[in-house]
Design a binder for this molecule. Sequence first.
Ligand SMILES: [Fe+2]
Length: 172
Amino acid sequence: MRRRRLLGAVLLLPLEGLAQTCGAITPRQTEGPFFKTDTPRRSSLVEGKPARVFVLEGRVLSPQCQPVANALLDFWHADERGDYDNRGFRYRGHQYTDAQGRYRLETIVPAEYPGRTRHIHVKAQAPGRRVLTTQLYFPDDPANARDFLFKPELAMKMPRRGAGAFDFVIDA
Ligand SMILES: [Fe+2]
């Protein structure tokens, strides 16, 4: 009896640990008025020499915590003045996760624009599944408190200066 209970505990622990790290699907948010299709495929949105480069890294995971390879990530955000490029593709680009479900985006920290805190728009899609549209936020931005769209679950981690981290959990 005792032995069986012990075995059960050993088997349960790692599963519970995993369930806590992913499992919950990333919350959806509005795409807003500035989404554009047919973005260039590129992992760096940096053109020219910005004052500061910002690198966002992470993984795309299934609700079962499996990495999602070849997931589409389409990013867009405001420029250093808070404007979107609606004629061209500045600060717009899509990429696909690697075999381990990883992605890496090189860009800048977008400026705020009236009524919004700093954010990065993204559409994430596992091959053949439905698109998840959301927005990512900077965790320590004072403007978060004034933005009704801000959600703590969508705040990036900031492992070091100039770097953000976020793992998406999507239908896969
Ligand atoms: Fe926006």
